[in-house]
Design a protein around this ligand. Structure first.
Ligand code: ADP
Length: 323
C-alpha cells in the first residue's frame, strides 16, 4: 500500500452545523502526522473541476464555532457518471493526493464507495447530516444542533399557541427519517408526531383532533411523512376542525444553520481525528461512527445498505408522554 503523505478533505451533500469542526480536526491531525493537507471546494464538483488548495493550521483557526462549511458544499450530478469520476481521479493524481476524507451524508458515501471500487485512492467518511439517519452511528454531526434549534423554535410557537388556543402543524426536516421530529416531539411535549417511519396515522390524527380536550396543540410533521406537508395537513384538517384555529409553521433552513452545540463540536473533533488515525492505520472505505460513546469504523457498503431504525423505545416514550 502506498505511503500516505498528502491528504485532501471535502464536504459534500447537505451542509450541517459542526462540519467546520470536522474539517479543523482533519487538518490539524494530518499536520500532526506531518502530512500535507489540501481542501477541495464544493464537494465532488470541486474535485472534478480541480478546485484544490492547501490548508494550514491557521486556515482552520476560529471556525469550530461557525455553522455551514468553509469548504462549501455541492451536489454533483457529474460525479454520478463514470466520466465525471475519472476527471475527479485525474485531478487527485495531478495534485498527488494519496487519500481523501469525505464529510457528508448517505449519498456522499455512496459516491465514495463507487469511486473506491474504480480507483486506488482510499476514502474515509465522516457523517455530517442533520437527519441522524446513517446506519452505524448513534449520532451524525449536526443533528444535536438542529434538534436544539427546532426545540427552541417550537417552545416559542407553543407560547403563542397556548395564548390563542391554537393548533399548530409544524413542519421539520426529515425526508426519509423522523429523528428530528420524534426527538423534538419528546423534548417539547408535542401532542403528536408524524414521521415517515410510521405511515398511515390518518385515523389517529382524526381521533386526536375530534376528541382532544386541550385547547392548544403542537403536531410535528416530518417533511417525508406520508400524509403530506404541514400546509397540506392544515388545509385538509383546518376546515373540518375550525374550533382548533389551525395554523402552520414550516421551520425550513433555519434548522441547517447556526453555531454548533458543544456536543456537535466535540463529536466533529473526535470523528475528524479518528478519520486521519484510521487512514494512517491503513483503513479504507469506512465511515467513522460514534456508538455507545466510542468511535467505531463501519465499512461503506454496510452504512450505505443499512437502514437506521428509529427505535421502539423512543416511540414508546413519545407515545406515553404525549397523552
Ligand atoms: P448527502 O451526502 O447529504 O446524502 P446527496 O445525496 O446529495 O447528499 O449526495 C451528495 C453527492 O454524492 C451527490 O451530489 C453526488 O455527487 C454523490 N453521489 C450520490 N449518490 C451517488 C451515486 N449513486 N454515485 C455516485 N455519486 C453519488
Amino acid at each position: 500500500m502506498k505511503k500516505i503523505e498528502k491528504i485532501a478533505v471535502l464536504t459534500s451533500g447537505g451542509d450541517s452545523p459542526g462540519m467546520n469542526g470536522a474539517i479543523r480536526a482533519v487538518v490539524r491531525t494530518g499536520l500532526n502526522y506531518n502530512l500535507e493537507v489540501f481542501g477541495i471546494k464544493r464537494g465532488y464538483q470541486g474535485m472534478i473541476e480541480g478546485d484544490f488548495f492547501p490548508l494550514k493550521s491557521e486556515s482552520v483557526r476560529d471556525i469550530i464555532q461557525r455553522g455551514g462549511t468553509i469548504l462549501r458544499t455541492a451536489r454533483s450530478e457529474e460525479f454520478k457518471t463514470p466520466e465525471g469520476r475519472k476527471k475527479a481521479y485525474e485531478n487527485l493524481k495531478k495534485f498527488k493526493i494519496d487519500a481523501v476524507i469525505i464529510i457528508g451524508g448517505d449519498g456522499s458515501f455512496k459516491g465514495a464507495g463507487i469511486f473506491s471500487q474504480e480507483f486506488d485512492i482510499p476514502f474515509v467518511g465522516v457523517p455530517g447530516t442533520i437527519d441522524n439517519d446513517m446506519f452505524g452511528t448513534d449520532y451524525t454531526i449536526g443533528f444535536d444542533t438542529a434538534l436544539n434549534t427546532v426545540t427552541e423554535a417550537i417552545d416559542r410557537i407553543k407560547d403563542t399557541a397556548h395564548s390563542h388556543d391554537r393548533t399548530f402543524f409544524i413542519e421539520v426536516m426529515g425526508r426519509d427519517a423522523g429523528f428530528i421530529a420524534l426527538k423534538a416531539g419528546i423534548a417539547t411535549g408535542a401532542e403528536m408526531v408524524l414521521i415517515p417511519e410510521i405511515p398511515g396515522q390518518e385515523e389517529k390524527l382524526e381521533a386526536f383532533l375530534s376528541h382532544t380536550k386541550k385547547t392548544s396543540n403542537i403536531i410535528i410533521v416530518a417533511e417525508g411523512n406520508n400524509l403530506g406537508g404541514a400546509a397540506e395537513l392544515a388545509k385538509n384538517f383546518g376546515k373540518k376542525y375550525k374550533e382548533h384555529g389551525v395554523r402552520v409553521n414550516v421551520l425550513g433552513h433555519i434548522q441547517r444553520g447556526g453555531s454548533p452545540t458543544a456536543f456537535d463540536r466535540y463529536l466533529a473533533s473526535r470523528m475528524g481525528v479518528e478519520a486521519v488515525d484510521a487512514l494512517m492505520d491503513n483503513q479504507r472505505s469506512i465511515m467513522i461512527g460514534y456508538t455507545n460513546h466510542e468511535v467505531v469504523h463501519i465499512p461503506f457498503n454496510k452504512t450505505i445498505k443499512g437502514k437506521r431504525d428509529i427505535g421502539k423505545e423512543l416511540l414508546r416514550v413519545n407515545e406515553i408522554l404525549s397523552k
